[in-house]
Write a protein that binds this ligand. Structure first.
Ligand SMILES: [Zn+2]
Ligand SMILES: [Zn+2]
Length: 133
């Protein structure tokens, strides 16, 4: 699968399907993406190749690094410096974002009350995985 940012300056390729994919309702994802909910897919770091250049990174918390395109500002990646073997990418950055479907929700404590979700996915009030946004 391949994807990239809005302006096309940053492109990536992943060699495998993600091992997990989630919706994140945390305030940091809301603020940084501008969307009501972010959707992330998780890979082993060595399955991800940046084809041109690597994203710029912002330290959104002590361990979190949020990757974005320095030209167009698109949200692209997330990583936790405590777990360097993992890398997360925004599902919506895929050329075909229908290729991956999130299967659970995290940080639903901060889900906006005007967003109605009617699915069977498991919901976690806080984080659920090995990563904390
Ligand atoms: Zn860009
Ligand atoms: Zn989040």
């Amino acid at each position: 699968m391949e994807g990239g940012c809005l302006c096309g300056a940053l492109r990536y390729r992943v060699s495998n399907a993600p091992f997990a994919a989630d919706y994140c309702h945390c305030r940091m994802c809301q603020k940084s993406t501008g969307a009501a909910v972010a959707s992330w897919m998780d890979f082993k770091a060595d399955q991800l190749t940046w084809l041109n250049d690597k994203p710029s990174e912002y330290h959104s918390s002590e361990y979190a690094r949020r990757g974005f395109c320095g030209q167009c500002g698109s949200t692209l990646s997330f990583r936790d410096t405590r777990y360097p073997e993992y890398a997360s990418l925004a599902i919506t950055s895929l050329d075909d974002p229908n290729q991956v479907s999130p299967t659970y929700h995290i940080y639903t404590d901060s889900q906006v009350n005007w967003l109605r979700i009617d699915d069977d996915c498991k919901r976690f009030p806080q984080g659920a995985t090995n990563q904390s946004d």
